[in-house]
Design a protein. Structure first.
Length: 690
């Protein structure tokens, strides 16, 4: 019992939960609830990976849940597409009309109905259970959910066998840590805490990143390479390991495939060649190789930034080969970690029920190319024109590339669009029906992680606000209105949580403490045993060769490489703003106030050549579009590269757009992923009045 200042008695309790957001840390939460109101969200100190600490974003989760602009009633459009004009409507009327309109389209061709979702919640239940059942039963087009991690994931699959790697806690014992393609302080906070432990123990920290991030500033060394040249750097490290004999020949012989072929390729990449490609000093490459080849245990923390370029999968493949060359896997504090999600024994078939397709094989639409696909007419190659779009857990108008085309597609008057949301996002503005969804504090869910190996359960802390309903409930009710009578559409959220892992995880333990470690060996590949077809680390992939692709990792130049265009001479990357998570949290005023305004970081040399002053308005443009924002003249950007920070909602931009006006729908080498950081632009000073 707690007592307030007026001595009236209130009851307070703490509810165990999990952070739903797209971050490797997947924190365990404790939500304090007083008289039915969530008053505080904090990290659960009993969970070792969280350690009682949350990022600034999620610690403000009550502010987001109780936000004055939260959508709490269903709404129907009553103005032009994109105007954001709606009128309230009852749930029954909304669901009946949605079901009728989807049913009419499905009667002609269910593939004309397209779901669009991603990681607005990472939960297995609210993100990929009842919704998948509904669309499978309907026979709608499938969605290739590729907008974040597919290139890196494919790189791991064809090298290590899956999204597997070293245990994150053992980085604390490493003597050398390469933080590659990651701003850990901003996007992997709990790993940074572990890296600091290692640093206090004498470890050297090296950051490899085109941007001089907050993390790069605090490492011993920063290698500021050009975007899309990571594979070239990894190959040069291999060259030096070979020529200096910094190899574990026993490990290579016993636990790898394709060594002689990889050796031949690596010897084509001396540091001098790589220095020209990467735009970094030769000696810096040599020193990095010397450190990596002579320090044990050495560990590499990859993140997904490095794979958002044309050669992203090859880059991950190349880096993932390094620990097997030096035998780093022999140590529990050695190896590499990009994602641990492949170690979770999720029963996705039980959750998603692909059997409901009943033998049908609908087309698959890539979420990266939604801009083009919404504008396509029916054809034998493409199939039917997309007539209906159901969007949940995503904000494609803000986050999908080449956004002028995305906006054109969403603005089609003949496109029926339903959006499940918490707020009136850029995408919600184009909805025909806008349905209020619950937040993480208001529903059940169960989670994997991709930065550690603990399963987490989220229990609802408060009742849904207003008329908000969970994603699962909305799809249950749509299924009922469309006459889907299979028992799987009656299952509760708690039942779905139990199905996610079946008997592989003790659900009672999840209920009692909120999390359950998966366990497993400290050094998973000390004696090989990789989950590849060969059981070895595959320097050469027979699976790729069988597809007519290069079986070895190699440097694949960017679609739009820095310095190759006189019209657009600057490379642009668009790393996350520290206080947002993709487009989530942009409308939380306290976080937006910290972030300030949309910024483009530009190096002093590039700014001076263009007459650009710090804080001035600039126009960033290429053949796809134009974007105005404020310049931050800073050595966080390297010469020849500009950094367009964060995915601001378009409605907060100077011209009603954001940095994705400039990014392209071109895809990666493997995995059909996005190439957000493979983009060239020009920048010019622009008076604010223009």
């Amino acid at each position: 019992m707690l007592h307030d200042q007026n001595s009236s008695t209130t009851t307070a309790r703490q509810v165990r939960g999990a952070c739903p957001h797209d971050c490797p840390d997947t924190c365990a939460l404790l939500t304090t609830v007083e008289n039915g109101v969530a008053t505080r969200v904090q990290g659960n100190p009993a969970h070792a990976q969280t350690g009682g600490v949350l990022c600034a974003k999620v610690s403000k989760y009550p502010e987001r849940t109780y936000h004055a602009e939260r959508i709490l009633t269903p709404r129907r459009r009553n103005g032009p597409k994109g105007s954001g004009q709606f009128t309230p409507v009852g749930w029954d009327e909304a669901l009946a009309d949605i079901a009728a309109r989807l049913g009419a389209i499905a009667a002609r061709d269910p593939q004309a109905i397209q779901p669009y979702s991603y990681a607005g919640t990472m939960g297995l239940v609210q993100g990929e259970s009842m919704d998948r059942r509904f669309f499978h039963r309907l026979g709608a087009s499938l969605l290739h959910r590729s907008i974040c991690a597919t290139a890196g994931g494919e790189g791991l699959v064809h090298t290590l066998g899956g999204k597997v790697g070293m245990r994150v806690e053992f980085f604390a014992e490493s003597k050398l840590i390469l933080i590659w393609g990651s701003n850990s302080i901003g996007s992997n906070l709990h790993f940074w805490r572990i890296a600091q432990q290692a640093k206090r123990g004498g470890a050297k920290l090296v950051c490899i990143d085109p941007r001089k991030s907050e993390t790069a500033e605090k490492c011993h060394e920063h290698i500021q390479l050009l975007p899309g040249t990571d594979a070239a750097l990894a190959l040069a490290l291999m060259h030096e390991l070979i020529t200096h004999g910094w190899l574990d020949h026993d490990y290579i012989t016993r636990h790898t495939v394709g060594w002689e072929r990889l050796r031949e390729r690596a010897l084509q990449w001396p540091p001098e060649r790589t220095a020209q490609v990467c735009g970094v000093p030769v000696e810096q490459i040599r020193q990095l190789a010397r450190d990596y080849g002579t320090t044990q245990p050495a560990a590499i923390r990859l993140n997904y930034g490095m794979q958002r370029v044309h050669g992203g999968a090859n880059a991950v493949r190349a880096v993932a080969c390094l620990p097997a060359l030096t035998g780093a896997w022999r140590h529990r504090a050695g190896g590499v970690l990009l994602s641990s999600s492949g170690q979770f024994p999720v029963d996705r078939a039980a959750l998603q029920r692909p059997d409901l397709l009943a033998g049908r094989n609908p087309r698959t639409i890539n979420m990266v190319t939604i801009g083009d696909d919404l504008l396509r007419e029916a054809s034998p190659a493409f199939g039917p024109k997309i007539e209906a779009l159901v969007v949940y857990n995503s904000n494609p108008v803000a986050v999908a590339p080449d956004s002028s085309k995305v906006v054109q597609g969403f603005a089609r008057e003949d496109l029926f669009t339903v959006v499940l949301e918490h707020f009136q996002t850029d995408t919600a503005d184009y909805a025909d029906y806008l349905l209020p969804a619950t937040t993480q504090l208001e529903h059940w869910d169960v989670h994997v992680a991709y930065g550690h190996t603990d399963v987490l359960l989220n229990q609802p802390a408060i009742a849904p606000l207003g008329q908000a309903r969970s994603n699962t409930q909305i799809f249950r009710e749509l299924a009922a209105r469309m006459g889907f009578t299979e028992p799987c559409f009656q299952e509760s959220d708690e039942q779905l949580c139990r199905q996610a892992y079946g008997d592989k995880v003790d659900f009672n333990r999840l209920l009692e403490q909120g999390f359950a470690p998966l366990g497993g060996p400290d050094a998973p590949f000390a004696e090989g045993g990789f989950p590849t077809p060969s059981g070895r680390c595959e320097f050469f992939s027979e699976r790729l060769a069988a597809q007519g692709l290069d079986g070895l990792p190699g440097h694949v130049p960017n679609h739009e490489a820095a310095g190759t265009s006189t019209q657009y001479p600057l490379a642009m990357i668009s790393p996350p703003a520290r206080n947002f998570l993709n487009s989530t949290f942009v409308n939380v005023k306290s976080l937006r106030d910290i972030e300030g305004r949309p910024l483009l970081e530009i190096h002093p040399q590039d700014a001076a050549a263009r007459g650009i002053q710090d804080g001035s308005v600039v126009r960033v443009f290429n053949g796809r579009g134009s974007y105005r924002c404020h310049a931050h003249v800073s050595e966080r950007a390297r010469p020849g590269v500009v950094n367009g920070l964060g995915i601001w909602w378009r409605k907060y931009g100077l011209d009603g757009n954001n940095v994705n006006q400039l990014t392209s729908q071109a895809l990666t080498d493997l995995g059909q992923g996005p190439t957000f950081y493979d983009c060239v632009v020009q920048v010019e000073a622009r008076p604010e009045s223009q």
